[in-house]
Design a protein around this ligand. Structure first.
Ligand SMILES: CC(=O)SCCNC(=O)CCNC(=O)[C@H](O)C(C)(C)COP(=O)(O)OP(=O)(O)OC[C@H]1O[C@@H](n2cnc3c(N)ncnc32)[C@H](O)[C@@H]1OP(=O)(O)O
Ligand SMILES: CCCC(=O)O
Length: 444
């Protein structure tokens, strides 16, 4: 059969497609812009006739109608692997639940442990060979589609087609149902304005970069800003191996700083799993031969990352305690984001020849009432530990950079207090003394 005929045969309305979902099913929306907006709306409209349907997704900017329409969870329960700013508000309101994970294992969870009845995701239009591209969600999509009993694709002409290393496409013969419809162009992801503190942290890390380094920039304001600083510098021939491709990489490439020339793994190719950013980024990445999208089971595998010479990993966190434990995902017990790929890249960069990993944080946090809190805490009380103290390498604040590798507890306390805000240092010293991690001869 001609692929176009097969396409027509599998074409349904969103309302017809979601009739395939039954009570007790597990449904998957993949991630970020893979979110199937029309199918979600159609599924939410079936609320009263369905019971105990669970949905998984992550990094979705919303609105997710199945989550918002049923706070009783009798009909729908939405579960996220990694909170976007929108999904953290759902969790705050009890309209979503968080699933702890590391991204390198995301495929394995589906392959070995999870029930999955229906996968529904957005994809760009089919090509002439009958393939659909997994686009900005390649990092997680292939395994989800392989493991689902039923695959429903929602065609969205605004999604870019991204060349891949492997597992970046699905053929129409493996798809059960296709839906089409109207989609608005993607709005830009809101970007924070860099603060003086962000700029100071980025400047502190900057001297550690060398021509030819391969760079992973994590999620958040600081990694993005560092990309801009690198683009303005005279550094040359950077490489890209990252879970998330953001605008920073596009800016580096357009300024001639990102060439992937000296990468010893996949030379000439910038490797990514996911893409989140501006409409310009989606335009730039579309059919761009310098990019190879691959599953996160490959991109985030510390053994793969460890093969990349001069691999530099930059990630942010929310708080760190005097023992060096890193919390990058919660404010107290409030779920802010997730472990994501932080641990994967920290481990991988530490294995790499010439590799380095950085955890960045502002030394303080100003709450909504204007009170100032130290982000360097004596000890954690309910915060989630994203990276254990044994895996943390460089830590950077606006006051400096501290290398924790091989350091004793008293050295960690001293090094971290030295990069805390001066107004909190005396209190932290007193806490360190109480916790028996302060040496009498430590600097005061
Ligand atoms: C992508 C790759 O290649 S691999 C891996 C990268 N991934 C990770 O490192 C995962 C974990 N890290 C992250 O999720 C992010 O880097 C973060 C959350 C640490 C920082 O991201 P940013 O977007 O810069 O965070 P931002 O400063 O906007 O704060 C996010 C929220 O946390 C709150 N918050 C931040 N710090 C604190 C604090 N110390 N106390 C209380 N709340 C806080 C903010 O108020 C905000 O909440 P809101 O949305 O209700 O206003
Ligand atoms: C795609 C970014 C999610 C993460 O923090 O790992």
């Amino acid at each position: 059969m001609d692929f176009k005929d097969e396409y027509k045969q599998k074409l349904r309305t969103p309302e017809e497609a979601v009739k395939l979902i039954n009570d007790g099913d597990w449904v998957d929306y993949t991630s970020a812009l893979g979110f199937p907006k029309l199918l979600d709306t159609a599924l939410a409209a079936r609320k009263d006739e369905l019971h105990d349907v669970n949905i998984r997704g992550n990094l979705i900017v919303g609105p997710v109608k199945v989550a918002e329409c049923d706070s009783t969870h009798e009909h729908f329960t939405y579960n996220t692997w990694h909170c976007s700013a929108y999904e953290r508000k759902l969790c705050d309101r009890g309209e979503a639940f968080f699933i702890p994970m590391v991204f390198r294992n995301n495929s394995a969870y589906y392959k070995h442990f999870l029930k999955l009845n229906v996968a529904m995701m957005s994809v760009p239009p089919m090509d002439k060979h009958g393939f659909f591209n997994m686009s900005v969600t390649t990092g997680v999509a292939a395994e989800i589609l392989r493991e689902a009993d039923i695959v429903i694709l929602e065609v969205n002409e605004h999604l870019p087609w991204i060349y891949g290393g492997f597992d970046e496409t699905i053929h129409i013969t493996d798809v059960d149902v296709i839906v089409e419809g109207e989609h608005a162009p993607f709005p830009p992801v809101p970007k924070g304005t860099p603060t003086d503190v962000d700029i100071a942290i980025a400047k502190n890390i900057f001297p550690y970069f060398r021509n030819g380094d391969t760079v992973q920039l994590g999620i958040g304001n600081m990694p993005d800003l560092l990309g801009d600083l690198l683009a303005d510098s005279d550094i040359r021939d950077l490489g890209m191996h990252t879970e998330l491709c953001s605008d920073a990489y596009m800016n580096l490439a357009l300024r001639g700083k990102l060439t992937n020339k000296y990468k010893n793994l996949m030379p000439g190719k910038g490797v990514t799993g996911m893409v989140i950013g501006s409409p310009e980024l989606y335009e730039w990445i579309d059919h761009n031969p310098m990019i190879a999208a691959c599953p996160l089971s490959y991109v985030n595998d510390p053994r793969i990352i460890g093969e990349i010479d001069n691999m530099i990993s930059i990630n942010s966190c929310i708080s760190i305690d005097l023992y060096g434990q890193v919390n990058a995902e919660s404010a107290g017990m409030r779920q802010i984001s997730g472990t994501g790929g932080q641990l994967d890249f920290l481990e991988g960069a530490s294995f790499a020849r010439g590799g380095k990993s950085f955890i960045c944080l502002s030394s303080t946090f100003h709450d909504k009432d204007g009170n100032v809190h130290s982000n360097i805490l004596p000890r954690f009380c309910g915060e989630i530990i994203t990276t254990p103290r044994s895996e943390v390498y460089y830590v950077a604040t606006e006051y400096g950079v501290f290398n924790m590798e091989g350091m004793s507890t008293w050295q960690r306390a001293e090094g971290l207090i030295n990069i805390a805000d001066p107004i909190f240092r005396e209190d932290l010293i007193r806490d360190a003394e109480k916790q028996k991690i302060w040496r009498r001869s430590n600097k005061r």
